[in-house]
Write a protein that binds this ligand. Structure first.
Ligand code: GCU
Length: 445
């Protein structure tokens, strides 16, 4: 019986892996599988019910708080520069110890543990072409990373990654890697902002661009957890409570794409930027925090689960992240913080995830509250960046230049932590030129 159920599940999950768009009946079935997995995790955790999160609809009676005067001052924000034994972190060696502690806490309580000894990935070239992008000659390649599934052949996993580098550029150029969205069929892409695309903007600098498709190797829903790279490692079984969630899996894929780039002499793998928006902004921050080979991070509207302080009662809350629509991004253990535990019980918070990126430079980007809305909580991300500042300083780097939340469109450019709230919506769009101006300090030799 269990077997039949497992096969049925695998069938459903393979069929709806993020490329083929489910019809309403299929969506229903995906939903049911997600609910079943979420319920099972709650059962393993001994939890009967969770506190519901507020609504993202500002008109709803239970709308998320968007009133600064009602945002409660958070209690118990952990100090990134105090070790668990209460001793202060005074130097780099102490920080390395604290770093390991923070890694362990984030692994166990929030993002889950990336398994050791993950399978090899073999990269195949699907095509390569010379093309023109924004009038610049580009060598453009589409790659597929085939994951060795000899441990469980019923599940196949591959990573889609494509990238372009200026054809007659320097021998080895910096590259900006983006976690790319696949827009569901029938859903409209947000209109492209006027002016050059981000790819054109980075090519103009003589840099390369790359797009990694996270849903090619780990679907973006709970029903997909028994397939993809997470399912392959678990041989199609459900996760354990501290197993990795999709954010960690997506970060793993970015690391494999970087491994591949290390083999291409056209790219300087020591100058690779990771960028993403929203859930992929969260993934970009997790990638930066855990894979120290990424040189620079551009973290777009990452909100809760990304750069926003989870203890701040404004916009999206832990209760939303722990619900069946989003829990798959995290380790099952994280669900507990929506009941019986509270966000104040978290042994870590977002400022410490930013701190794990130190001393490497991070740009935190967000849109306008009137266009993008307040769900993302721009100020909550700013405050987390402020609280990560002392770690940057300890490592001889520059924090944000102010502790006061700046007016929209102020460009905080002088530090190794940068922040800008642009005038647009849920996009990195208007911030690309600012990011490039700031990142030139690190990427131009
Ligand atoms: C939802 C979710 C956010 C997420 C966003 C996105 O709004 O609540 O946490 O960042 O989707 O990825 O677009």
């Amino acid at each position: 019986m269990v077997r039949i159920w497992a096969f049925f599940l695998l069938f459903v999950v393979f069929t709806f892996n993020g490329f083929s768009q489910p019809n309403p009946a299929q969506r229903d079935s995906l939903n049911r599988l997600t609910q079943a997995d979420h319920q099972w995790m709650m059962r393993l955790l001994g939890i009967e019910s969770l506190r519901p999160g507020p609504s993202g609809n500002p008109q709803a009676p239970n709308a998320a708080n968007a009133d600064e005067s009602k945002a409660k001052t958070y209690e118990s924000v952990p100090n990134p520069l105090v070790l668990e034994n209460g001793k202060a972190v005074k130097n780099r060696t102490d920080w390395e110890n604290r770093r390991s502690e923070l890694n362990e806490l984030f692994d166990r309580e929030m993002y889950g543990r990336t398994p050791k000894n993950l399978p090899e990935v073999n990269w195949e070239r699907i095509w390569e072409k010379d093309t023109l992008i924004g009038g610049i000659e580009v060598v453009y390649k589409k790659m597929k990373g085939i994951v060795d599934n000899s441990s469980f052949p019923a599940i196949s996993v591959s990573i889609d990654f494509e990238y372009g580098v200026p054809k007659n550029g320097d021998k080895s150029v910096p590259l900006v890697m983006e976690f790319g969205w696949i827009w569901p069929a029938g859903m409209q892409r947000p209109p492209a902002p006027p002016g050059p695309s981000w790819q054109e903007q980075v090519l103009t600098q003589g840099w390369g661009f790359g797009t990694l498709i996270p849903t090619s190797f780990q679907a973006d829903h709970g029903a997909g957890l028994r397939a993809g790279i997470i399912g392959l490692i678990n041989k199609g079984e459900p996760r354990k409570l501290d197993d990795w969630g999709t954010l960690k899996a997506w970060a793993w894929g970015a690391g494999r794409a970087l491994d591949f780039l290390e083999s291409d002499s056209a790219v300087d793998s020591k100058r690779v930027v990771i960028e993403g928006l929203s859930r992929y902004g969260k993934a970009a921050l997790v990638t930066m925090a855990y894979d120290e080979r990424f040189a620079v991070g551009l973290i777009g509207s990452s909100g809760a689960g990304g750069a926003k302080l989870l203890r701040r009662t404004f916009g999206e809350q832990v209760e939303n992240l722990a619900s069946s629509g989003e829990y798959h991004w995290f380790a099952p253990n994280f669900i507990s913080y929506a009941g019986p535990l509270t966000p104040n019980d978290l042994p870590v918070d977002a400022h410490e995830l930013i701190a794990l990126c130190a001393p490497r430079p991070v740009f935190i980007s967000v849109g306008s509250p009137t266009v993008e809305g307040q769900w993302i909580d721009a100020k909550g991300m700013f405050e987390a960046a402020v609280l990560a500042g002392p770690v940057y300083e300890l490592l001889g780097k520059k924090p944000l230049p102010t502790h006061d939340f700046p007016p929209i469109q102020t460009f905080l450019v002088s530090g190794d932590l940068a922040f800008r709230q642009h005038e647009g919506g849920h996009t990195v769009g208007p911030n690309w030129p600012y990011f490039i101006e700031w990142a030139r300090k690190y990427l131009v030799k």
